[in-house]
Design a protein around this ligand. Structure first.
Ligand SMILES: *Cc1c(COP(=O)(O)O)cnc(C)c1O
Length: 427
């Protein structure tokens, strides 16, 4: 299509890069069809939950102050519970981010003397301070909650013997991170998570299993709550917000766990009854409605990136052909220069701040400089096209998001263009 080629050229994509991309795409038709099928199923699942709960215009009204009798908020929580097949849900703009949602879920369900166990190795960076692995005021450790961790085996599988030994009298809650986050281990499938939960509960039936579901929502037809998780937790500025939610987090799970979360989030005695929606209901409902197809687009972008970069000699996790359980793509670029060029491309393709040049900076909590590229409508939203990574060997960027497949494609082509322009890649 000459017209399209011309438009790409106007945006700065050379014919060479464009045709290289098209050749990679031709091999992906079958995989994209499978992704569309998952999206179709999940779209129906979300729709079904909205219809069964009789979503109506009354649900979109703004409330202020205490937010008593907030019909829209209460119904959105029933819709989330319907989607995740749980007894209850807490979905609030007052939950500021994923880390906050996880903090609420953990601190509500762990008491002094209890032990928290991670059977999947080190948790996400920001949780280290929440747990007290790195000292911080108000950490769980400060409140007398101890922590134990069982690392994955060298091949990335669960160390069942180690986990059995680690579960003791004090073990109250097990936290399972679905996505690799910024680690190099594989992301777990829902099936694997189900097996782990079944094992943990066979060792100690009463144990609470919580899954950090960040970046995993709607990538499969099942969610961890379908395979035994007592709580699934995530951020609305990632997958389930569909790019429209400007803030928020969710906790879906058993009534017992979720009601404690509500008391922790607001106050004992108040629980789920307070918390005005501040006019955000249209965005939260509509974002959830769009989420299955937005996630599908982001996943296609991740697969496209792996299939563009791997043949050029850049190792990719997941690799170009393996199955996926989240929307994150790691590409090892091998040098600082290449990382900068990649991120310049993602930034240049953005709808917002496309004129900015991402620079490495000293981010709190990291031992090396970090570079981030994002031109998002919602600050820090990583369901929108974004890339980041620490400037240190092996010089890997983590790429994710894209509100539409077309935009994800453009961003990846632009990253490759910048690598070509810098003389790092020769097509
Ligand atoms: C993003 C993320 C978090 C934390 O979410 P924030 O919204 O950045 O606080 C926690 N766990 C995983 C696996 C994540 O990807």
């Amino acid at each position: 299509m000459d017209e399209l080629l011309e438009m790409y050229e106007e945006l700065g994509i050379s014919p060479g890069v464009y045709h290289y991309g098209e050749a990679a795409l031709r091999k992906l038709e079958e995989r994209f069809r499978a992704i569309d099928q998952v999206a179709e199923y999940n779209q129906a699942k979300v729709l079904h939950a909205m219809q069964r709960n009789r979503v109506s215009a009354a649900c979109f009204a703004a409330t202020t102050g205490y937010g008593y009798d907030d019909v829209g908020r209460d119904n959105l929580e029933r819709v989330y519970a319907g989607v995740f097949h749980t007894e209850a849900a807490l979905v609030r703009p007052q939950i500021t981010c994923g880390t906050h949602a996880l903090t609420v879920a953990l601190s509500a369900n762990l008491l002094p003397g209890d032990e928290l166990l991670s059977p999947v190795g080190r948790p996400y960076d920001t949780l280290e301070e929440v747990i007290g692995i790195r000292e911080s005021p108000c950490s769980l450790k400060e409140y007398g909650v101890s922590y134990r961790q069982v690392d994955l085996l060298p091949d990335g599988s669960f160390d069942y013997e180690g986990i059995r030994k680690a579960i003791g009298e004090k073990t109250k809650l097990v936290t399972i991170q679905r996505s690799k986050g910024y680690a190099t281990r594989p992301t777990f499938s829902v099936k694997q998570i189900g097996e782990l939960i079944a094992f943990v509960k066979s060792v100690k039936p009463g144990i609470i299993c919580m899954v950090d579901n960040c970046y995993g929502e709607f990538v499969e037809t099942l969610e961890p709550s379908d395979v035994g998780a007592d709580m699934v937790v995530g951020s609305l500025i990632k997958n389930p917000g569909g790019g429209l939610a400007p803030i928020g987090g969710y906790i879906c799970g058993t009534k017992a766990c979720v009601s404690r979360c509500a008391y922790r989030l607001s106050a004992p005695g108040l629980g789920q009854e307070v918390g005005a929606n501040l006019g955000l209901m249209p965005a939260l409902y509509q974002g959830l409605f769009l989420a299955p197809t937005v996630v599908a687009g982001a996943e296609k972008g991740a697969i496209f990136a792996a299939n563009l970069y791997e043949p050029l000699g850049f190792p990719c996790v997941p690799n170009a052909t393996e199955s996926r359980h989240d929307i994150i793509q790691a590409v090892t670029l091998g040098s600082e220069e290449a990382m900068l060029a990649f991120c310049r491309g993602i930034q240049a393709a953005a709808p917002v701040d496309s004129f900015a040049t991402p620079m490495p900076w000293d981010m709190p909590g990291y031992d090396s400089q970090v570079i981030m590229a994002a031109g998002a409508f919602v600050q820090g939203s990583s369901i929108e096209l974004s890339a980041d990574g620490p400037i240190r060997p092996p010089y890997a960027v983590y790429f994710q998001g894209g509100l539409t497949w077309c935009h994800a494609k453009l961003g990846i082509l632009m990253s490759l263009q910048k690598l070509c322009d810098a003389g790092i890649v020769h097509l």
